[in-house]
Design a protein around this ligand. Structure first.
Ligand SMILES: Cc1ncc(COP(=O)(O)O)c(C=O)c1O
Length: 413
């Protein structure tokens, strides 16, 4: 913890600046699951930063690949017919990896960009096939889809809209896991609904796995009402659930999949949207006059794509996705006894290397997080006083046990 008398100029994300402006936690170095602050203190990275440090910190092979690409060609735009070799290769690799046959890949600079692309493409698709009234985008209470304008409009976390209102009209949320409410909405408004967005496991909303059968029923309703089914795999993609994609784990066939974070394990910013052949068709048919008017300067940035390749090589070579499946079982068993603690109101785990420990209130959660931090564990508190556990895929079982023991001791304290 760096404490100074001088106020920082850096405006932190999602931060209460009067609290943070003289008390910043400044990390300086990382290796595997561990981080060191500027005073040399070591911490275990329990949330893997923002759910993304999947292959762990300090991977020299990613650094080397990135440095080599920058020397060769840092990047070039992918506007019009231009692009670069690593960008093309990554699109092919992702098209093979995602559980959508014949997917086309639109690259972005991160998750919120991906959500914007998916939402715009959903609207544009329906106008292209002669149904321009289908504009509304539906999401769920507790959903988090990033904080660009679309993400801010469709989040089910109202506090992210404080003082803003809904930036984009024709967006709405339904209660989480309530298929009857979704069916009723589609019945009444289906002719003007373009897409339904959902995280397979709600992340920032509190690590909430899907109710049994929920996702399959949502998919059925989307098909029945001509609503595009968009799966936000920004957290779950690239192994977090113990499968390469949660879409595959739950047997889904979405129209669009949004990815980011684990695509590079955070070594460089990158995101992607996998587009099903049906949605791509109006823009890819040989005789089509249409183009999708979307483009980001850093979409498919060559060096970021190289980082993604090196990251995916590590995931594959070290068998990290299978490792997550087995570590996930260990994590679920390890956190289960915390449910008996009087300050714990819910323990959610069981899908990969993800767990949420919900405690009595935000004050308890903050105190527990601070005590854990003092004992060398970086913790993050998310919605509804929930402690987020989502360590790098290289974590060891004894380190998971250490996280749980430290939380238990902090709760007792
Ligand atoms: C499910 C989900 N979607 C989208 C986003 C936004 O991604 P980014 O912060 O890279 O813009 C996040 C970020 O945490 C996320 O968890």
């Amino acid at each position: 913890m760096t404490q100074t008398t001088q106020e920082t100029s850096f405006w932190h994300c999602q931060a209460h600046m009067p609290t943070v402006k003289r008390r910043q936690v400044v990390f300086d170095r990382g290796e595997g699951c561990y981080l060191w602050d500027t005073d040399g203190n070591r911490y275990l990275d329990v949330p893997a930063s923002l759910w993304y440090a999947n292959v762990g910190h300090g991977r020299a092979e990613i650094a080397d690949a990135v440095a080599a690409q920058i020397r060769k060609l840092e990047s070039y735009s992918s506007f019009g017919s231009y692009t670069t070799t690593p960008t093309l290769a990554l699109a092919e690799r992702l098209a093979d990896l995602v559980p959508i046959d014949g997917a086309k890949i639109f690259l972005t600079s991160g998750g919120s960009d991906g959500i914007d692309v998916a939402a715009k493409l959903a609207r544009r698709y329906w106008s292209a096939v002669g149904r321009p009234d289908k504009k509304a985008v539906v999401s769920r209470d507790l959903a988090y889809h990033g904080l660009h304008a679309f993400g801010t409009s469709i989040t089910g976390l109202e506090f992210n809209r404080e003082g803003l209102g809904r930036l984009i009209p024709e967006t709405m949320t339904v209660p989480t896991h309530d298929t009857a409410a979704l069916a009723a909405l589609f019945e009444a408004e289906g002719s003007r609904i373009a897409a339904f967005f959902c995280e397979p496991v709600l992340g920032t909303g509190g690590v909430i796995p899907p109710a049994p059968g929920y996702l399959a029923e949502v998919q059925r309703l989307c098909r029945a009402h001509d609503v595009l089914f968009v799966v936000d795999e920004v957290i779950t993609g690239f192994g977090r659930t113990g499968a390469m994609f949660a879409t595959g784990l739950f047997g889904l066939e979405p129209d669009l999949i949004v990815m980011a974070k684990g695509i590079t394990s955070g070594y460089l910013p990158l995101g992607a949207v996998a587009v099903s052949p049906r949605v791509a068709a109006p823009f890819w048919a040989d005789d089509s006059p249409l183009l999708f008017r979307q483009g980001l300067t850093y979409a498919g940035h060559a060096t970021a794509c190289v980082a993604a390749h090196a990251n995916l090589d590590i995931l594959e070579r070290e068998g990290l996705v299978d490792r997550v499946a087995s570590l996930g079982r260990h994590l679920a068993a390890a956190v289960a006894p915390l449910a008996d603690h009087p300050l714990v109101t819910d323990v959610r785990a069981g899908v990969g290397l993800l767990a949420g420990i919900q405690v009595r209130d935000a004050e308890v959660a903050d105190k527990v997080a601070r005590l854990c931090f003092d004992r060398g564990y970086v913790m993050r508190v998310i919605t509804n006083a929930t402690l987020q556990i989502s360590p790098p895929f290289t974590v060891e079982e004894h380190e998971i046990d250490g996280i749980v023991t430290t939380i238990a001791e902090a709760l007792d304290a």
